[in-house]
Design a protein around this ligand. Structure first.
Ligand SMILES: [Mg+2]
Length: 290
C-alpha cells in the first residue's frame, strides 16, 4: 500500500476508533484512493463488501422504503455483470428483506442480521443459532418499549436485536429515551447477556456472538489474495473496519465525518457513486486485458 494510506495495523493498535480520519477533508479522499485503485487494476481477485442502510440507501423512517440512491443499482448490476468482482452485501436485516429493496438484476451474496445469516447467490442460506437466554431477554426487553413509544421513539424488534430509534426527535426527548433504554438495559437485560450498542439515531440491544467483522474475516479467509474494500456508515461497521486485514481498505460512507477505524470518508451519494463507477471502470479494464 502507498505510505500515504494509514496502515491497518496502526489503526488497530488504537481501538476502538482511530482519530486519523478526522483530518481528511472529503475532497481529498479521491487522492487517497488513487493507490488503492492502482492496485485494484492489477489484483488477481477483487472483493467489494457493502453495508446497506445508510451506505447504499439513505435512511427512511419506514425501513421498507429505504431503497438505494439513484444510480447505485445500475452500477452494481454492471460491476457484477461486467467484472469479476465478488460483491457482498452485509446488513442488520434479514437477507430476504433486503432482496426486494436492493432491486438488482442478480442477487449477490448477502450476510444478514449482523453476521448471523449468510445467503449465497444460489439462494442457499445458513443461519447460526443465537443463545436462547439472550433471545428470551430480547423478547422481554420488547415489553418495556411502550414508555419509549409514548415519547415518540420507535422500537424495531429484529431477529437478534431490539433497535430503539429517536431520529427526528428533539435533543431533550432523545436524551430521555437514551436514558430510559440505558437504565432498562442495566436493570434487566445486561445480566441476561444482551449488549448495548449505539448507532446513528438510536441504541440497539443485541445478542452478542456475531458481528459484521465475522463476515469480513470469513470472506477474506476465502479470498486471501483479493484486494478488498468495505463500505459502511454506522458504528456496527466499525467491527468490519477493524477486522480488515492485508490488502484492504475501510471506507466510511456518510454525510458527516466522525472518528472511525476506516481510512477514507466518502459523502453519499456523489462520493459513493464516484467510487463505484471508478471500481467498475478499473476492474472492467483489468477484466478485458486479463
Ligand atoms: Mg448502515
Amino acid at each position: 500500500m502507498d505510505p500515504d494510506i494509514p496502515v491497518h495495523a496502526d489503526v488497530r493498535q488504537n481501538p476502538p476508533m482511530s482519530s486519523r480520519m478526522t483530518s481528511i477533508p472529503a475532497h481529498q479522499s479521491d487522492n487517497r484512493l488513487d493507490p488503492f485503485f492502482e492496485q485494484l487494476g492489477h489484483a488477481s481477485h477483487a472483493l467489494l463488501i457493502l453495508d446497506y442502510d445508510g451506505t447504499l440507501a439513505p435512511f427512511q423512517n419506514d425501513p421498507q422504503k429505504a431503497v438505494p440512491y439513484p444510480g447505485v443499482r445500475q452500477i452494481l448490476d454492471r460491476v457484477m455483470d461486467e467484472t469479476d468482482t465478488r460483491v457482498v452485501i452485509v446488513s442488520g436485516r434479514w437477507s430476504r428483506d433486503l432482496v426486494p429493496l436492493l432491486g438488482l438484476k442478480r442477487i449477490p451474496e448477502l450476510w444478514g442480521i449482523h453476521g448471523w445469516e449468510r445467503c449465497l447467490p444460489d439462494g442457499h442460506c445458513e443461519t447460526a443459532q443465537p443463545p436462547v437466554t439472550a433471545l428470551q431477554a430480547l423478547a422481554e426487553a420488547d415489553t418495556w418499549v411502550n414508555d419509549i413509544r409514548a415519547r415518540g421513539g420507535r422500537a424495531e424488534l429484529k431477529p437478534v436485536s431490539l433497535a430503539i430509534h429517536w431520529r427526528g426527535l428533539d435533543p431533550e426527548t432523545a436524551e430521555e429515551i437514551r436514558s430510559l433504554v440505558t437504565s432498562n438495559w442495566a436493570m434487566s437485560a445486561r445480566d441476561r447477556g444482551l449488549e448495548l450498542h449505539p448507532f446513528d439515531g438510536g441504541l440497539e440491544l443485541r445478542v452478542p456472538g456475531r458481528n459484521k467483522g465475522d463476515a469480513v474475516r470469513t470472506l477474506q479467509s476465502e479470498m486471501p489474495d483479493a484486494i478488498t474494500a468495505y463500505l459502511g456508515d454506522d458504528f456496527t461497521d466499525e467491527d468490519a473496519f477493524t477486522a480488515l486485514r492485508g490488502n484492504a481498505m475501510g471506507i466510511l460512507v456518510r454525510p458527516q465525518l466522525r472518528a472511525s477505524a476506516a481510512q477514507v470518508w466518502l459523502q453519499p451519494p456523489v462520493g459513493l457513486l464516484d467510487f463505484l463507477n471508478r471500481w467498475l471502470v478499473v476492474r472492467k479494464d483489468r477484466h478485458a486485458t486479463a
